[in-house]
Design a protein around this ligand. Structure first.
Ligand SMILES: *[C@@H]1O[C@H](CO)[C@@H](O)[C@H](O)[C@H]1NC(C)=O
Ligand SMILES: *[C@@H]1O[C@H](CO)[C@@H](O)[C@H](O)[C@H]1NC(C)=O
Ligand SMILES: *[C@@H]1O[C@H](CO)[C@@H](O)[C@H](O)[C@H]1NC(C)=O
Ligand SMILES: *[C@@H]1O[C@H](CO)[C@@H](O)[C@H](O)[C@H]1NC(C)=O
Ligand SMILES: *[C@@H]1O[C@H](CO)[C@@H](O)[C@H](O)[C@H]1NC(C)=O
Ligand SMILES: *[C@@H]1O[C@H](CO)[C@@H](O)[C@H](O)[C@H]1NC(C)=O
Length: 460
């Protein structure tokens, strides 16, 4: 039935012989039904005015101005103008049209004018990769949209009037030049759930992210934030916060307290201090990423009284040479990752009363592991890239299942290693890609001098 409609439509298209704009139309997302060249968007309007088109794509054409009324009467589920050199969207450009998702990637739009989007409803609205430096006051007033994408533009500020009276679930503002954020910038944006302002130039967040009760994810990665005040996120329901690659030096007590944070990303800052108590009232925290900071040696209070349900803790590259026993006490980690630090000796006590599914200590400077150091509930350990020379009986605890020891300097394996009641399934001592497996090794088959390229697999 739809095909019939198209047959009717084609002569209309041919009639306008003075062709300029190429249009691809789809009834569903795969079947192309139109591939025609027309003289203006108006012609398109007439051509498709009587059919429901799933998707229309107009790509690499020259449409400098998207004028008023050009789509009046059309029903297009998804309309994309891709790299069409559009510089201007006239107020009224979308009047009378019914479009669920509208995309303008790669055009040259500089200003979003009031009167283009007001009173409209979309699922997705994307102005990605344009040159937008100005959003007129109330340009989004009474716009209803699930996902608004303004990434890769030239925005420098968000005022209290930019997003006033918009109904939106996700706003994407990544890769702009935003420096100024009004404290009320997002107050009129219910029910905002996802807010991406990554890769901008924000130095100070003030109280902009207070009172956003529906927000679930806030992405502020790659900005220039230096400090987080204790009331930075008050009365907001943020569960995922991303602050990776900023310039934060200290985590003060109160910033993350009593909020339902589930995921906190703080890698790539310059954090040298976490105030005691800073994480002690984050009962829902499951993932904490602190890699590439300057924490140095870990003492009992270095991690801000962290406790509770934490499952993943990553502290790579922090210049840690020593860990005071008790730092990880009573945790049940799925992943505890301490790669690229400068640990030298793993002392007994560091992992006392800790449960860890995967412990990574890759690329440290470990030369020795005290007997009993891993005699806890640790299942998998990766100690690759250290300076271990020998493996002694008792070095690895009874809960261990897999030990990876690639790129060490091991030449001695204790003969008794496998006679004790270890539950270890696998010792991986490889240095190179080739694998040599000796399954069901008998004690007598394990050489006392083991070449570093051997993986010894043991079975009970
Ligand atoms: C549309 O038609 C033109 C000219 O016939 C052709 O070169 C082009 O590949 C077609 N595009 C698609 C996506 O089929
Ligand atoms: C187009 O969709 C509307 C509902 O959205 C429906 O009422 C109408 O019959 C459809 N028209 C055609 C030609 O399929
Ligand atoms: C859309 O076109 C109809 C006639 O087809 C007209 O009555 C109506 O005023 C137009 N809408 C706008 C917003 O211009
Ligand atoms: C935060 O979300 C929970 C449910 O996810 C809700 O019960 C609570 O009222 C919200 N908090 C605020 C301040 O709105
Ligand atoms: C350790 O750091 C080096 C250099 O930055 C990097 O190439 C390597 O992937 C890191 N190793 C791990 C296990 O993170
Ligand atoms: C088995 O392990 C337990 C706990 O480490 C130890 O006390 C016991 O002596 C071991 N048994 C043998 C036969 O080595």
């Amino acid at each position: 039935m739809i095909t019939k409609c198209i047959t009717l439509v084609l002569p209309v298209l041919f009639y306008y012989a003075n062709c300029e704009i190429n249009i691809l139309g789809y009834i569903d997302y795969r079947t192309e039904v139109l591939n025609e060249t027309v003289s203006s968007l108006c012609v398109l309007k007439e051509a498709i005015s009587r059919i429901n088109v799933t998707r229309i794509e107009i790509k690499n054409q020259e449409i400098p101005v998207f004028a008023k009324n050009e789509l009046n009467g059309t029903k297009i589920r998804e309309l994309s103008f891709i790299s069409d050199k559009i510089t201007d969207l006239e107020p009224g450009a979308l009047d009378g049209s019914s479009i669920e998702s509208l995309y303008f990637p790669g055009n040259r739009i500089k200003t979003l004018k009031k009167g283009v989007l007001n009173q409209k409803t979309f699922q997705t609205l994307s102005f990605e990769i344009n040159q937008i430096s100005e959003i007129e006051e109330d340009a989004f007033e009474n716009l209803v949209v699930d996902d608004l994408n303004l990434e890769h533009n030239e925005l420098t500020k968000i005022t209290a009037k930019t997003f006033r009276r918009i109904t939106v679930s996700a706003i994407r503002l990544g890769f702009n030049k935003i420096k100024e954020l009004d404290e009320l910038a997002f107050q009129g944006t219910a029910p905002l759930k996802l807010l991406y302002i990554n890769d901008n130039e924000i130095e100070d967040i003030g109280k902009t992210f207070n009172n956003l009760p529906r927000i679930e994810l806030l992405d502020l990665d790659n900005n220039k934030i230096k400090t987080l005040a204790p009331d930075s996120f008050q009365y907001s329901n943020i569960s995922w916060i991303l602050l990776v690659q900023n310039q934060i030096t200290e985590i003060k007590n109160g910033v993350f307290n009593n909020l339902p944070f589930n995921f906190i990303g703080l890698s790539g800052n310059q954090i040298f201090k976490i105030e005691n108590g800073a994480f002690s009232q984050s009962p829902d925290l499951k993932y904490l990423f602190l890699s590439d900071n300057k924490l140095g040696d870990l003492k009992k209070n270095s991690l801000g009284g962290l406790r509770g349900k934490l499952e993943v803790l990553e502290i790579n590259r922090n210049g840690i040479s020593n860990i005071e026993p008790g730092v990880f006490e009573n945790f049940e980690f799925k992943q505890l990752i301490l790669n690229n630090n400068t640990l030298k000796i793993i002392k007994k006590g560091i992992f006392k009363n800790v449960k860890v599914l995967n412990l990574q200590l890759i690329q440290n400077e470990i030369t020795d592991i005290e007997i009993g150091a891993f005699d806890e509930h640790i299942e998998n350990i990766d100690l690759s890239g250290n300076h271990l020379k020998e493996i002694k009986r008792g070095m690895f605890g009874t809960s261990l299942k897999n030990v990876v020891l690639r790129q060490n300097e091991i030449s001695e394996l204790d003969r008794d290693l496998y006679t004790i009641n270890d539950t270890i399934d696998s010792f991986n001592l490889q240095e190179k890609e080739e694998e040599l497996m000796c399954e069901d090794s008998e004690v007598s088959n394990v050489p006392s001098n083991v070449n570093s390229n051997i993986e010894v697999k043991l079975k009970e």
